[in-house]
Design a protein around this ligand. Sequence first.
Ligand SMILES: [Fe+2]
Ligand SMILES: [Fe+2]
Length: 281
Amino acid sequence: MSNPSYVRGKSIDNSQYAHLSMSVSDDIAALKETVFQHKAVRTLKKFEENLKSRILTRDEIRILLASEGMFVLEVPPGIVALASRMTDEWFKKEPFAATGRAARILFAAVDEYGLNDMEHGLLPSHHQLYVDMAAHWGITAKDLLDDRNIVPSAKEFSGVIADYYRNRPIIEALGFHVANEATAPLDFGVFLATFREYREQYGLKAENDPHLNFLLVHDDVEVSHREMGVECVQLYTNGAKALVEQARRGVLAYMECYGRLFTELNDAIFGQKPGVRRASA
Ligand SMILES: [Fe+2]
Ligand SMILES: [Fe+2]
């Protein structure tokens, strides 16, 4: 029987653990700006304008969700792999510090796997929530995996994600991860805002319709994942310029793929028509 005087997560005085909050150097904090100033974000903006210009057909929603689903699928196992790689690397140098440090990356996976409210039990994983969202439009998990519904750059993106999280130098993977966590609220935010604005046309009953749970949960958690990722860059590099530059290359690699994905989605769904007509609300 467990010790009744210990309450999980409540019996530890977190204020004693200095590692729970840390400051980061300016050039590491600037990695976020590298994301937000990147031209790929402007490509997403164009996609948003198009998305709000008219209601998508079911076939178009299928292309959107199956293509976006490629990186939705690839990221959680990638995060676990990166956390494991970091643990192993640090374990050789500072064994008792390794898990506590890699926790900043594994933390993001806790949400992905539905482990963030264990007082009440397991929650659905983000992958399950994604399939539930697609099911609202009659789109199945099989449809989401069908190459005919996926733009080529989404496929390439998933390969690059697998490679960065599992094989590339850890510092580049960390930059790549920061870009992923920093951009997720942007694209998921665009979808959430669009489906909310046109909820009747999309068959949704409320602003927070449960079919939107996948998008709602990301609205909630991603900033904390991003900040933990940034802190991890600080821990890993200790501010060393050459390493921070390597992290920045990881950020840029992510943004390149991200821009290509939304360029192709724009093309596949809206035919890159300039000045697409706005929907009459
Ligand atoms: Fe997620
Ligand atoms: Fe995340």
